[in-house]
Design a protein around this ligand. Structure first.
Ligand code: 8Y7
Length: 290
């Protein structure tokens, strides 16, 4: 199902091919009232505003997004948990609308088995789980969906992850975590070639952990699986530049380039057009001959 090469792969995302042999953009579409950098923008009172959502999606598709990542549960530090039904009510109508309008891979940013199962039925192409299929029933739901899955590393939970993140060696510890989750996936019938790996910048990591992870990102290429990186507008940029979330574009694009140079093949970002241009330059350098 997947054509692999040394640098990337072509993933079958429910019939749409996602070519990860060069770095691609995943645009963030939050359908939450409370996400940390763009919370509430697609919300009208308590409901998802589908027309605003489609407008944002169209802009992202037209400016270079290969994937749209739809999320209905905020995972910012300390965020309140949301019920399965509430999450499904936010995400599934959004997915349905987007599926009708756009021929782009639609990713579900979810840890919830119900959302995986129903989302796959409605045409989702990818599962992006910040909990790496650890919720009860998630492995089975993901296996049944037949979809590719991004396994992200998080230490702790969104409620407590930033309290005192601790590693003996951040890269070695996260590699060991990936080994375990890959084995768990294979045990339920999710083939290894259907997986992407993400070290989870900001999820139970200090600034130093995040910087080390980025510097050493290339070491995760040893798995020979596509690497996803989410750095866009994150607090590590605020910590270095002193900028608030709405003024982190330069920092975000810079980090996307650094990640792509170290092998990341899917960059999860808020600023699609700017990142797509930057990644086009990375690609040109990768592909030039002689
Ligand atoms: C990431 C993510 C978020 C990330 C993957 C934010 C849902 C926080 N970050 N998924 N999700 N990787 N795979 O800052 O880094 O956007 S939410």
């Amino acid at each position: 199902m997947a054509i692999t090469s040394s640098t990337g792969a072509v993933l079958d995302c429910a019939g749409l091919l996602l070519d990860l042999r060069y770095p691609r953009v995943m645009g963030v579409l939050n359908v939450t009232p409370d996400s940390f950098s763009d919370g509430g923008q697609l919300f009208d009172g308590s409901r998802v505003q589908l027309s605003a959502l489609c407008q944002r999606a169209e802009e992202m598709v037209n400016t270079g997004a290969a994937v749209l990542d739809i999320g209905g549960e905020s995972t910012r530090p300390g965020a309140a948990p949301v019920s399965e039904a509430e999450e499904a009510d936010r995400v599934l109508p959004a997915l349905e609308q987007l599926r009708q309008r756009f021929d782009v891979v639609l990713s579900l940013d979810t840890s919830t088995p119900l959302v995986m199962t129903e989302g796959a039925r409605l045409g989702a192409g990818l599962i992006n789980d910040v909990r790496a299929l650890s919720r009860p029933g998630a492995l089975a739901a993901a296996a049944d969906s037949g979809l590719p899955v991004c396994l992200m590393h998080m230490q702790g939970s969104p409620q407590n992850m930033q309290q005192s993140p601790t590693y003996t060696d951040v890269v070695a510890n996260i590699k060991a975590f990936f080994e375990g989750r890959i084995a768990a996936c294979e045990a339920v019938g999710i083939p290894r070639q259907r997986l992407l790996l993400d070290p989870g910048f900001g999820f139970g990591k200090t600034l130093e952990h995040n910087l080390l992870l980025l510097r050493r990102l290339g070491e995760f290429q040893s798995f020979d699986l596509p690497i996803l990186a989410g750095l866009s507008r994150k607090s590590m940029i605020g910590a270095i530049t002193g900028r608030p979330t709405d003024n982190r574009l330069t920092g975000s694009v810079s980090l996307a380039v650094m990640a792509a140079e170290r092998g990341a093949r899917l960059l999860r970002v808020h600023d699609v057009a700017e990142t797509a241009d930057a990644l086009a330059m990375v690609r040109a350098l990768e592909e030039v001959v002689q």
